[in-house]
Design a protein around this ligand. Structure first.
Ligand code: VJV
Ligand code: CA
Ligand code: ZN
Length: 406
């Protein structure tokens, strides 16, 4: 009666552990694991579990996380909690990682850019270690499904934390599950293409592979000049001319598509399909990792684009058409009901299902999240308010595409 069918010709696996939902970054912190609860409610409410193999994720091991991250940082992440933080800050090998205070810092920073101050991007919160090693475990299990040929598409909506560095947390990201996944993939696949449609630049992933010609990173993101307050849209990197580390074999294997605020469906779709299409043609990847940050949707609390769920999903559909092994990850997304809609829709389209527009409010545990008239009570409809003025005018497509020819 749910009308959901398994896809013909390919297998999809879904990796998740509901324990990630118990975590809280802080009362008003924009990152809400609640969006993952809502996503799960929609996915199960529509019956998409019948179209995929679902796996309960187990925590990654410290040794697995050390494949990219600094061993001291990994130990710190495994031990830290609001209770242990002050004592750990005194430990010499950790104290060496406390950053110098800059005038812009509004909060006290501890080692590795972590903090217990309420306004911090990367707070230390209760259950944090559990959360970090779980989302990482889910991404690594999804990766394992692909590299062993057991699945053709693997999904982890709790992963995609693209800003984390080797020995530093950044922008709500602590462990870079994407980098760890790609390291595993490189044991099997000659070339991996990383695509990032989060509204922020995928700087952590780009940096990790800046000398690696077997990984091409391609990020679409908001990028602009300094604003009135002297800040750039986070993280401030990802200029069109940044193409990988100059003078190394990795040069030309990073691509950046900086975008002004307010880009709409038509402009984004044209840009995404021409640039991604050319990148695939030129690089000939053996597998693809797609970070599907939903903060590129219109009406997002932090984002500045005007994309609709349909256009966001078309990026996923376009990449899926290559029929290459595909890892699908979450990322940003700060207006929870829209994040859940987008990721549920994208789960459906990877399994070749088209969902009824009417959300099954009678089945899902928290219908009120989707039933407010002002928010629309459909899956893809209504289009979001155009919250940002369109500063995109004419995008110089020709110029961007020429950058790809090397
Ligand atoms: O813009 C920044 C950095 C600052 C310094 C720290 N203060 C808190 C904010 C300004 C320069 N950080 C960004 C980080 C965005 C991370 C995006 C992550 C992803 O989507 O790409 C992948 C998951 C930023 N923008 C907005 C905030 N921080 C923000 C942080 C808060 C907050 C409100 C806004 C932290 C705590 C609280 N409110 C209570
Ligand atoms: Ca991006
Ligand atoms: Zn983001």
């Amino acid at each position: 009666e749910h009308g959901i069918t398994r896809p013909k010709g390919h297998k999809v696996s879904f990796h998740y552990n509901s324990r990630v939902e118990d975590m809280h970054f802080g009362k008003t912190h924009p990152m809400k694991p609640w969006r993952l609860t809502l996503t799960k409610h929609l996915v199960l409410g529509y019956g998409l579990q019948y179209a995929m193999d679902t796996y309960e994720a187990v925590a990654a091991g410290k040794d697995q996380v050390r494949a990219f991250h600094d061993p001291d940082y990994v130990d710190f992440l495994a031990e830290v909690s609001p209770d242990t933080f002050p004592a750990l800050c005194e430990v010499e090998r950790y104290a060496a990682h406390i950053p110098e205070r800059t005038p812009q810092d509004t909060v006290d920073l501890g080692p590795f850019n972590l903090s217990t101050s309420p306004g911090a991007d990367c707070p230390v919160f209760d259950g944090m270690s559990t959360y970090l090693f779980l989302y990482t475990g889910a991404t690594l299990a999804a990766t394992n499904q692909l590299v062993t040929g057991q699945s053709d598409v693997a999904i982890n909506w709790s992963g995609g934390l693209h800003h984390a560095h080797k020995s530093e947390a950044s922008g709500f990201c602590y462990i870079n599950d994407i980098v760890l996944s790609i390291i595993d993939m490189l044991r099997v696949y000659p070339r991996v293409l990383y695509i990032d449609i989060d509204v922020h630049h995928g700087d952590g992933v780009e940096e990790a592979f800046q000398r690696q010609p077997r990984v091409m990173t391609l990020s679409y993101h908001r990028y602009g000049p300094y604003d009135e307050t002297g800040h750039r849209f986070f993280p401030g990197s990802g200029h069109l001319n940044d193409v990988g580390l100059k003078g190394t074999v990795g040069e030309h294997f990073a691509l950046n598509v900086p975008i002004a605020s307010g880009i709409d469906d038509r402009q984004y779709t044209t840009l995404f399909q021409s640039v991604t299409g050319r990148a695939i043609e030129a690089f000939k990847p053996s597998a693809i990792v797609l970070q599907c940050g939903a903060d590129s949707l219109g009406g997002d609390r932090l984002g500045q684009f005007n994309l609709n769920i349909k256009a966001h999903g078309e990026c996923v559909a376009f990449v899926k058409k290559t029929r290459l092994p595909l890892l699908i990850l979450g990322g940003g997304g700060y207006t929870a009901r829209n994040v859940a809609r987008a990721w549920c829709h994208e789960t459906a389209l990877t399994t070749d299902n088209t969902l009824p527009e009417k959300i099954p409010l009678d089945i899902i545990p928290r219908p009120e999240a989707f039933s407010r008239k002002s928010h629309g009570n459909g899956l893809l409809f209504p289009p979001f308010p155009r919250t940002h003025p369109n500063d995109c005018k004419d995008i110089d497509l020709e110029f961007m595409i020429k950058k790809l020819d090397h």
